[in-house]
Design a protein around this ligand. Structure first.
Ligand code: FAD
Length: 273
């Protein structure tokens, strides 16, 4: 059976909390291996991820994996979070560098995710299964595609157990990336990150900043559909489900779905598989 995981973001008010509760209950039927919760660096946002992870684990009964990023944080803060996650009952984490919001503060004590992975292993040994991020279409700040793979390997060498990719809409990019990673000696599972298409203009903006390419034929078709929300959802689900089928048939070890805290777009993809 295909291993599925779902990613949520931490709600910040009661309305968002109620939405996440409804989504979590609906997606439970798909029996995910685990669910993860994103993390925003700095300030008051620090507390939302632990709060949400506790809720997902203790109230909804999921295996819950917090994302943890190192930009803007100190070793002591990260150490405290690790202890908190242990106390909540977590035994897996997604370790990332993170991105500082522009104009906000300093880089922090660690510059790259590989240093964070090393720190987690030093502080907590093998307690956590650690996933890291990787980029089939190359991280936007990487010197080049091969350098990016070398730095990916540094995270695995530091102790990562598996990787989740940035989203993409081109299965060939994933297959070539996996081949290049294997050639570079990276042996851990590389799980494709899947972004459902629901709000196309929002997705287009976000894709520009994170370096994910939306193929021209998809963009053109989406733009032609204009404000027809149902048609956009149907077309988006057909395209993404077909890509997931190709990925799984081609050997992808599972799917990690970026739910954006909504059940319907994820269910539309899974029901087509
Ligand atoms: P790194 O692996 O540190 O790489 C960052 C860049 O530096 C790359 O270009 C790499 O090639 C380069 N690099 C790495 N090491 C070195 C080195 N030693 N010397 C020179 N260059 C180097 N962001 C959040 O803020 N919160 C989240 O919850 C979150 N969740 C995510 C989940 C997934 C699955 C993914 C794929 C991304 C997520 N992100 C999240 C976004 C992520 O933080 C950004 O993509 C960030 O810009 C890079 O993070 P990283 O862990 O891949 O960084």
């Amino acid at each position: 059976m295909t291993q599925i995981s779902f990613e949520f973001y931490p709600p910040k008010n009661d309305q968002q909390r109620a939405q996440l509760d409804r989504t979590a209950e609906r997606l439970k039927a798909h029996d995910p291996e685990y669910v993860s919760c994103t993390f925003g660096a700095g300030g008051s946002t620090l507390r939302y991820t632990p709060e949400t992870v506790r809720r997902l684990h203790q109230e909804h009964g999921f295996v819950a994996a917090p994302h943890l990023s190192c930009v803007g944080g100190t070793r002591e803060e990260i150490h405290d979070l690790l202890q908190l996650y242990r106390a909540i009952g977590c035994n897996r984490l997604v370790a990332l560098r993170g991105d500082m919001p522009s104009g906000m503060g300093q880089i922090g004590e660690m510059r790259y995710a590989s240093e964070l992975v090393e720190f987690i292993r030093e502080a907590t040994g093998d307690h956590f299964r650690i996933e890291v991020g990787c980029y089939p279409e190359t991280h936007p700040q990487a010197d080049d595609a091969l350098a990016d793979i070398r730095w990916f390997k540094a995270k695995v060498d530091a102790g990562a157990d598996a990787a989740i990719t940035q989203y993409f809409y081109n299965a060939d990019a994933y297959f070539h990336f996996v081949d290049a990673a294997r050639a570079a000696g990276i042996e851990v599972p590389i799980v494709p990150g899947i972004m459902p298409i629901s709000n196309f203009s929002q997705l287009r903006r976000f894709s520009q900043s994170c370096g994910a390419e939306i193929p021209r034929w998809i963009s053109k078709r989406m733009m032609a559909l204009g404000d027809d929300v149902d048609a956009i959802r149907e077309f988006g689900a057909d395209v993404v489900a077909a890509m997931c089928r190709r990925l799984l048939d081609g050997g992808a070890p599972g799917l990690h779905i970026y739910t954006l805290n909504m059940a319907r777009p994820t269910q539309a993809i899974l029901s087509r598989l």
